[in-house]
Design a protein around this ligand. Structure first.
Ligand code: DQA
Length: 158
């Protein structure tokens, strides 16, 4: 397989919302013991195996996340997002994702449906193609797997 520095299938923006920079020490019983740097490494390797490249970003600021989604129009072929707490509050992130018209996977480390009531609704889910919750860090790899298939020239657009 020939491979360009960008990855033959393109670049995926992997976007992480507030407090995910604390992974590793933050409520490990819920979120696991991997750090965000560990998850970035996992994503980089998983993407490489699938002909993708990842651009990995974390921000605690809603507007910065919106800006990163806008930038993805030029810089990425798809978005994997863990919006963290903004899942449950942010119409702005939801609108940004629907505005850029890229394939979107929403990932949550924990199963938000088995947790407090306020976590059961995500504004992002209605504009995501795929929602993965409860698989821990493996959810990111599952998202990349779906994305590689979706971006493959053999995929049929729906
Ligand atoms: C989370 C779930 C959210 O409810 C929470 O606010 C997070 C992380 C997850 O990955 O399980 O910060 O998105």
């Amino acid at each position: 397989m020939s491979s360009t520095p960008e990855g033959p299938l393109g670049t995926v923006l992997v976007l992480n919302g507030p407090n995910l920079n604390l992974l590793g020490t933050r409520e490990p019983g819920i979120y696991g013991t991997l750090t965000l740097a560990d998850i970035e490494q996992l994503c980089t390797g998983a993407a490489e195996q699938r002909g993708l490249r990842v651009h990995f970003i974390q921000s605690n600021h809603e507007g910065s996340l919106v800006d990163a989604i806008h930038d993805a129009r030029e810089a990425a072929a798809g978005i994997i997002i863990n919006p963290a707490a903004y899942s449950h509050t942010s119409v702005a992130i939801r609108d940004a994702l629907s505005g850029v018209e890229l394939p979107v996977v929403e990932v949550h480390l924990s199963n938000i449906h088995r947790r407090e009531e306020f976590r059961h609704h995500s504004y992002v889910s209605a504009v995501a193609d795929v929602v993965i919750a409860g698989a821990g860090a493996q959810g990111y790899e599952m998202g990349l797997d779906w994305m590689a298939n979706r971006l493959s020239p053999a995929a049929t657009a729906d």
